[in-house]
Design a protein around this ligand. Structure first.
Ligand code: PGA
Length: 260
């Protein structure tokens, strides 16, 4: 079926992906409590990828609970070397070992507070994909960049530099406008669709036809109230959810967004 026929019939081209980014929240008991109430509530969902990204410490304990379910585990960060004298860092192989299938790379908080450059992010993406992790690669403009009309230029640069020599297999992109993260100011569905469609056009330059299979998630103040409208956009293939993913019922509603 061609792209246009699918669009016309309103059939999703790409499997939705909803990922919970807990950031630096939840102890091991709190994380396990979430999983305990969340898992039964989403056990009937088979048409979307559901991903939890806790901090490092609860990863292994959660992996044991997720075994045999369709809910997958992600880390929020990774280092690009395999092993060695890199105090405080965790390698892609170690994340696989702890039960992760995904990793978030290039989140704006890592770019801002930990000075991660496009070059570092590129190395992390390549090392992660090589070890078999799926990568959720975050990009997005700041408020001043948007206000000065630089949104597309910023996104194009992050894509060009972040994805240099990257093979698209296992890659997911998350568009997270920095001004929408944790602020309660969500991009409108029109703003999200415009950015996602631009991102897809840039991905076509890098990956040609494969770009149509790469999922682009929206992140930035996603809530149970706005998820349905965002997911109705043709190029929004899922969400990367921070604050609203910390409560099981709230993330459950997001995962149960209105289909078709
Ligand atoms: P938010 O965070 O949903 O709390 O805005 C999203 C993110 O930073 O991934």
């Amino acid at each position: 079926m061609t792209f246009f026929v699918r669009m016309f019939l309103n059939i999703r081209m790409r499997r939705p992906c909803l990922a919970a980014n807990w950031k630096m929240n939840k102890t091991i008991p709190e994380a396990l409590e979430f999983v305990h109430s969340f898992l039964p509530s989403v056990s009937g969902i088979h048409d979307a990828d559901i991903v939890l990204a806790p901090p490092f410490t609860p990863l292994f304990a959660i992996a044991e609970k997720l075994a045999g379910t369709e809910v997958k585990l992600a880390a929020q960060n990774v280092f690009y070397e395999e092993k060695g004298a890199f105090t405080g860092e965790v390698s892609p192989v170690m994340l696989r070992d702890a039960g992760c299938e995904y990793v978030i790379v290039g989140h704006s908080e890592r770019r801002q507070y930990f000075h991660e450059s496009d070059e570092i992010i590129n190395r992390k993406i390549k090392a992660s994909l090589k070890s078999g992790l799926r990568v959720i690669f975050c990009i997005g403009e700041s408020l001043s960049e948007r206000e000065t009309g630089k949104t597309f230029e910023v996104l194009a640069g992050q894509i060009r530099n972040g994805l240099r020599d990257v093979d698209g297999e296992g890659l997911i992109v998350a568009y997270e406008p920095v001004w929408a993260i944790g602020t309660g100011k969500t991009a409108t569905p029109e703003q999200a669709q415009e950015a996602h469609s631009y991102i897809r056009s840039r991905l076509r330059e890098v990956f040609a036809g494969r770009a149509d299979t790469i999922r682009i998630l929206y992140g930035g103040s996603v809530t149970p109230e706005n998820i349905d409208r965002l997911m109705a956009c043709p190029d929004v293939d899922g969400g990367l959810v921070g604050g609203a993913s910390l409560k099981s019922e709230s993330f459950e509603r997001i995962v149960k967004f209105k289909r078709g």
